[in-house]
Design a protein around this ligand. Structure first.
Ligand code: ZN
Length: 448
C-alpha cells in the first residue's frame, strides 16, 4: 500500500516542543522526563499501546566551571566544558599546564606530572587503558581538545556509562583554538574550578507498539530524546524522535502483518545506555527483532546522507532499491560503529540500518556545541528522510518473508566483538542488567 507523504509542518511542530518548550534534555534531568512524557502522549493520541520504561541513570549538574590562564600579569578566562559525570576539583586549582600530545606512554616517559593539569589532544575516552594511565599519573585535572572541531566553541563529550567508576580525574574540554594558543604560547600557569554534582536518577525509553496481524518478528524504529549539556539537541537527536513520531502517524492505519515498535531512547549520550537497557529488558525480546532502524542526526541544510548497514548483502540491496525508488542520494556504508542506538541490537545479532547526514569531515560542524538548534534543519529534507524510512518499513511490515537473512556477516561480527572488548568488557559481562548500573563498585564516589 502507498503511504501518505510526511508532513514538514508536523515535524517542525514536534521539534519546537522538544527544543523551544522543553530545551536541554540531559539524561536523568526533569527535562528529559518531560520529553518522554510528551513523546508518550503523542503515541497514545495515535491509539498505540505505549509504555515508559524507566531505568537508573547517573545525572549530573555543573554548578560552576571556570578556567583562567595567566598571560603576563593578567588572568584571562578560557571557556571550559566539564565532561559528563566528571568529578569536581577540590576548590580552585592553580597549577602548571602540561601538554601531553596524545598521552602515548612515550609522550609521558620520564615526566613528573604530579600536581599538574594535563592538556590532551583528542578524546580522553579513546581507550580505557589510557584513561586509567592518566588517572594514575599524578595529574590533578585533565583538559582535552576534541580534534574533530577546529573552532573557538565548547564541545560537550559523553562518557561511556560503564567508565563512570573509572573516572577519578576532573576532566573538561577546551575549545580547539584556545588550546592551540595556550600550547603555542607555552602558557604555564592555569586555574581550574569544576564544581559538579553527580547524583542517581532515572532515564526512560518510550516504547509504542503497532500490533501486527501475524506473530512475526517485529520491526524497531527509533532515535534518542536525550542530548548533551551544551545544547537543545535539535539535530542530535530531536530529528530521530520527530521522524519516528511522524512514521507512527503515517503507518498507524496500515494494518501491518508484522508488529512495528516505535522507540524513543533515553540516555544515549553515554554510549547508548538507553538502547542497551531496551535490549536487556526481557519483556522487549529485542533479540527477536527483524530489523532495527536507527535515525540519529539527519535533515541538515547542506550535507551528505549516509546509511550504515549492519547485515547481509541482501539487506544492502534492499536499502539500495529503496534509495533508487525514492531518488534519495546516500552513501551506503557497511561499517560498524558503537556510537549510536543500533549497536546494542547488533550485540544480540539483530541487523540494523542507521540513517545519518554529515556535513564536515568531523561529522557535523555544530556537533555537541550550542549551535545544534532547530535552524540547522531543513524540514523538507527531514520529510524526505521520513518518506525513505516509511517506504522501507512499509514494505517489510507487510512481508511475511524478509528479503534478507536476519544475519550479520562474519567480518562485521568481528568488528562488533572488537568494540565489545574495548568498550564493554573492561566492565564485565554487559548482558547482565546490573552491568554499568550506578549501583556498581564505587557508588560512593559518584553520589554527592
Ligand atoms: Zn545522537
Amino acid at each position: 500500500m502507498s503511504l501518505a507523504p510526511a508532513n514538514p509542518t508536523r515535524l517542525e511542530a514536534d521539534l519546537r516542543v522538544l527544543c523551544d518548550d522543553i530545551g536541554c534534555r540531559l539524561a536523568g534531568s526533569p527535562n528529559e522526563a518531560r520529553a518522554a512524557q510528551y513523546i508518550a502522549a503523542q503515541y497514545q493520541a495515535l491509539g498505540l499501546e505505549t509504555e515508559i520504561q524507566e531505568f537508573p541513570c547517573v545525572c549530573w549538574e555543573c554548578r560552576q566551571a571556570v578556567m583562567q590562564a595567566r598571560r603576563g600579569r593578567r588572568w584571562v578566562d578560557i571557556p571550559v566544558q566539564p565532561n559528563t559525570q566528571s568529578p569536581s576539583t577540590p576548590g580552585m586549582l592553580e597549577g602548571e599546564l602540561v601538554y601531553l600530545e596524545t598521552a602515548h606512554p612515550w609522550d609521558l616517559e620520564g615526566r613528573d606530572l604530579t600536581g599538574k593539569i594535563g592538556l590532551l589532544f583528542g578524546s580522553a575516552y579513546a581507550s580505557l587503558e589510557r584513561m586509567e594511565r592518566l588517572c594514575n599519573s599524578g595529574l590533578v585535572a585533565l583538559l582535552y581538545v576534541d580534534e574533530r572541531f577546529p573552532t573557538d566553541e565548547k564541545v560537550a563529550s559523553g562518557l561511556i556509562a560503564g567508565w563512570i567508576d573509572h573516572l577519578s580525574l576532573p576532566t573538561a574540554t577546551v575549545p580547539y583554538l584556545r588550546a592551540w594558543d595556550l600550547v603555542r604560547d607555552g602558557v604555564r600557569d592555569v586555574r581550574l574550578q569544576l564544581d559538579m554534582r553527580n547524583f542517581l536518577s532515572h532515564s526512560q525509553n518510550v516504547v509504542a507498539v503497532l500490533p501486527g496481524r501475524r506473530k512475526l518478528p517485529p520491526l524497531v524504529i527509533g532515535g534518542h530524546h536525550d542530548c548533551v549539556a551544551t545544547n537543545v539537541g535539535a539535530e542530535d537527536d530531536g530529528t530521530g524522535v520527530v521522524v519516528t513520531l511522524e512514521l507512527a502517524r503515517l503507518l498507524r492505519d496500515s494494518k501491518p502483518l508484522r508488529p512495528i515498535r516505535f522507540v524513543s531512547f533515553g540516555w544515549e549520550e553515554n554510549l547508548s545506555e538507553g538502547a542497551r537497557q531496551y535490549v536487556v529488558h526481557p519483556a522487549n525480546r529485542a533479540e527477536t527483532t527483524a530489523l532495527m532502524v536507527n535515525i540519529d542526526s539527519v535533515g541538515c541544510w547542506m550535507g551528505t546522507d549516509e546509511v550504515w548497514v549492519t547485515g547481509d548483502a541482501k539487506l544492502r540491496a534492499f536499502v539500495r532499491r529503496h534509495l533508487e525508488e525514492q531518488r534519495f542520494v546516500a552513501k551506503l556504508r557497511p561499517d560498524i560503529t558503537p556510537f549510536s542506538d543500533h549497536y546494542p541490537f547488533n550485540l544480540v545479532g539483530v541487523p540494523t540500518v542507521w540513517l545519518y547526514r554529515g556535513n564536515c569531515p568531523g561529522g557535523r560542524w555544530y556537533h555537541h556545541s550550542r549551535f545544534d538548534t532547530p535552524d540547522k534543519l531543513n524540514m523538507a529534507r527531514l520529510a524526505r528522510t521520513t518518506d525513505l524510512v516509511a517506504s522501507m518499513v512499509g514494505e517489510l511490515a507487510q512481508s511475511a518473508e524478509l528479503p534478507f537473512p536476519r544475519d550479520i556477516p562474519a567480518a562485521q561480527r568481528r568488528q562488533i566483538e572488537q568494540y565489545r572488548k574495548d568498550l564493554y568488557d573492561p566492565i564485565g559481562d554487559w548482558r547482565t542488567p546490573e552491568l554499568m548500573r550506578p549501583e556498581g563498585k564505587r557508588r560512593s564516589d559518584i553520589l554527592s
